[in-house]
Structures are given as C-alpha cells and as structure tokens.
Design a protein around this ligand. Sequence first.
Ligand code: CO
Length: 173
Amino acid sequence: MVKLNVLKWPDKILRTRCLAVSVFDESLEQLARDMIETMRAEGGIGLSANQVGDLRRVAVIEVPRLLGDLSDSYHDIPIVLVNPILLEAESDTMSREGCLSLPEVIDVVKRFDKITVRYQNLSGEQKEIKASGLMAACLQHEIDHLNGKTLVEKASRIKRDMIMRRLKKKGKL
Ligand code: CO
C-alpha cells in the first residue's frame, strides 16, 4: 500500500494550475491508484494530483452513500477524473468544506448545487457525470484544486485574513 505525502497549504504546488493529460499510460494508472489509497488513508472524500505533488490534471473522489444525496448513483465507489471540466451548472448553494491540505480550516463556500462534469477515464474515454449536493460540491472542490485554488484562495478577503490568523496562531504559517 502506497500512501503519498499530502502537501499542506501554503505549498506553492497547491497554487499551481495542473496540466492537461494527453498520455494515458501505466504511470497515470499508478498515480490514480496511489491517490485513491492516500485519500482513503487520510479519511478524505476527494484528492487532486497537485495535493500529492503531481501536476497532471487528475482527481479522485469517493463520497460515502451515508453522507451524500441518495439520488446520486456514484456513492461508495472511487471515481478517477482525468481532465475534468464543469459543463453545466445550476442553482447556488452554500457548502461546508474541509480539505486535506488545510487540516485546520473548515469554511462555508458558495457552490452550484447541480452540475454536469465532463472528464476522461484512465483509458482516455470521454465520460459525463451528473451530480448534486455533496457530490457536486466535492467535484467543484477538486476542479478548483486542479486550477490552483484551495479554500483559502476561494475565500473572501475578510475570511482569508481570519484563516491566516488561525493558521498563524497554530504555528502553521
Ligand atoms: Co481539498
């Protein structure tokens, strides 16, 4: 079992935009496998490649059925998303989120409640996933990561100052 090191904010790689994947090879499969194991070991429901220091546009998510919206059919299975993009989005919601790269922070952020994401699987085939609620928030959180944005970059200035103060107080900055 491989557990990768999860980078903590303010590591620069977390603020770096990941690059589109064009090579679907064994190394990509290995990365996805290691990311799933790491996400599970850390108790997370999503993880992006730059969180483990790899700049390929890959994210994994696994939302437990008990936490999610029961109408979604993708719970309890790990999903690997390569080059994911937000295709459609409707209705705003507020989402309470944590992040494995920001263990001290829980923040409420604005998200779309219903989304469609287009992505490629590990074989390079194009797929779409429709999601709502927690699953939708999780997908948007990971796509933000791939664009170099964590909860800190997403927060308003006032909230960001609060987060910075909290991290400083705990000696994390
Ligand atoms: Co995160």
